[in-house]
Write a protein that binds this ligand. Structure first.
Ligand code: ADP
Ligand code: MG
Ligand code: ZN
Length: 479
């Protein structure tokens, strides 16, 4: 039987980000989230005739900040276009967007190249009222225009991702970066971060692109990965059975795992793009670009590089800390406390702390101060307490706060040191209790160390250092 062709997934993302400006993209209505429907509207964002749009300067500023954070070229002169289509959530009959000259072009974030970033306005929100909204016996949908006109940045990547997991990880990096620069809440569940995934397959080794499908608006990181995985599977089956992939837009239903076609792919000419006649071209001056650059903080990817380079953390650990700024901040304050803990040890113990605090918790709002945390790590490094005792102290710090030194004293968790006779006595007891294991170790089977060390750990309630126990066992066996 001929070997089946191996296919490689090719994925590009289109991300919509709601910008955290005070007012909408082209009018003075304030942005709202969760306010009563249709309380943030005006003739302009309702698309009434005779009104004129005005570009929101703050949105442009944020757009430039995004472009700079992604290493894009900022266009000195870009253009807004009308993208025409009919839908009840679009009262003007067109969306003001950017077309051939976007505000930002090119760039890169991590391993993924950026194609472009442009500004546009969000549509209103359709609320499907269901049976409770019956009018004359029929189910109705209502429109909430509060969202209509919210500033959006659309970020389009090059097709550089190769797996569902990579897509999810990269989107996490993008979210972290956008959050760090403060331009958006970037919350998928609330819709301030929305992601479409373009997916195709090609034979491994080929450099041509296959026919792609587009998965619309997946509203969580988990669903994004699930949807891509399902689509890769569907396309693999098609290609393996010799059928072509149709270029179309699909909806992924996470509950059933099914992918249903929304519409066949529209082309740019379907939208009858033309330059927005009511807006002059957008000129991004050197002053505007400098002002945006001046507001950029250290970006998460740069922070990860600094943690790995200057502090010598393993790359993976450096990213874990840098991509969750609240963890990176806590880590850096603990490091600056100068308690004598090494960066690598601090970073390792951060993992234990995060586990104890629970998923997504910010250590800064826990009872554990960075100073207490740093001195705990120093105590373990100096072997004043064992690692097991260290974990116990972290648990107590999380529960009640306070000073690790005091807790160690109170709980009697101080390490039993090697020159303490009582530790020698416990080791002797371990050898006597399990002569078979002792004999095996003596004859060179080091696996038999396990039960002996375990015995001592139990007897000392984890207060003895593993390395010391090992050393004493060897010593007492004359090795
Ligand atoms: P469209 O005109 O259909 O919107 P674009 O060329 O503008 O397509 O690309 C939209 C997105 O799809 C980009 O993120 C791009 O990287 C991605 N993309 C383009 N072609 C492919 C392909 N063959 N496979 C996967 N992704 C693709
Ligand atoms: Mg597209
Ligand atoms: Zn308005």
């Amino acid at each position: 039987m001929a070997a089946e062709t191996e296919y490689e997934p090719v994925i590009g993302l289109e991300i919509h980000v709601q910008l955290k400006t005070r007012t909408k993209m082209f009018c003075g209505c304030e942005l709202s989230f969760g306010d009563p429907p249709n309380t943030h509207t005006c003739p302009r964002c309702l698309g009434l005739p005779g009104t004129l749009p005005v570009i929101n300067a703050q949105a442009v500023h944020y757009g430039i900040m995004i472009g700079l954070a992604l290493g894009s070229q900022i266009a000195a002169r870009s253009q807004f276009h009308r993208k025409n289509y009919f839908y009840p959530d679009l009262p003007k009959g067109y969306q003001i967007s950017q077309y051939d000259v976007p505000l930002c072009s090119g760039g890169r974030l991590g391993e993924v190249r950026i194609h472009r970033v442009h500004l546009e306005e969000d549509a209103a929100k359709l609320v499907h009222a269901g049976s409770s909204g019956r009018i004359h016996g029929a189910e109705r949908s209502a429109v909430d225009f509060n969202r209509g006109g919210t500033p959006l940045a659309e970020i389009v990547t090059e097709p550089d991702l190769r797996s569902a997991e990579a897509a999810r990880e990269w989107l996490t990096l993008l979210r972290t970066t956008l959050r760090a620069i403060g331009v958006s809440d970037v919350n998928m569940e609330e819709g301030s971060l929305r992601c479409d995934a373009n997916v195709s397959l090609r034979p491994v080794g080929s450099s041509e692109l296959g026919t792609k499908t587009e998965l619309k608006n997946m509203n969580s990181f988990r669903f994004l990965a699930q949807g891509i995985r399902a689509e890769v599977e569907r396309q693999t089956e098609l290609l393996r059975s010799g059928r072509p992939v149709q270029q179309e837009t699909l909806h992924f239903d996470p509950a059933s795992g099914s992918l249903t076609p929304l519409r066949s792919k529209e082309e740019a000419h379907d939208y009858r793009y033309f330059p927005e006649p009511d807006l002059v071209p957008l000129e991004a001056t050197a002053e505007m670009i400098d002002a945006a650059r001046a507001q950029l903080p250290e970006l998460p990817s740069a922070r990860a590089e600094r943690f790995a380079g200057a502090l010598g953390l393993p790359a993976e650990r450096a990213r874990e800390l840098a991509f969750r700024p609240e963890l990176g901040d806590f880590f850096e304050v603990a490091l600056a406390a100068d308690a004598g803990a090494e960066p690598a040890a601090l970073a390792n113990w951060m993992q234990t702390l995060v586990e104890r605090l629970g998923d997504g918790a910010d250590p800064a709002s826990s009872l554990v101060t960075p100073q207490a945390f740093a001195s705990l790590v120093a105590m373990v490094s100096e072997k004043a307490i064992s690692r097991d005792a260290g974990r116990e102290v972290i648990e107590l710090l999380v529960a009640e706060g306070g000073d690790p030194g005091t807790i160690v004293e109170r709980e009697g968790l101080g390490a039993i040191s090697a020159d303490d006779d009582s530790l020698s006595a416990v080791v002797a007891a371990a050898l006597a209790a399990d002569p078979a294991a002792a004999e095996q170790v003596r004859s060179g089977n080091m696996k038999a160390m396990g039960p002996l060390v375990g015995y001592v750990m139990r007897e000392t309630k984890g207060r003895a250092d593993g390395g010391e126990i090992n050393r004493l066992i060897r010593e007492q066996l004359g090795l």
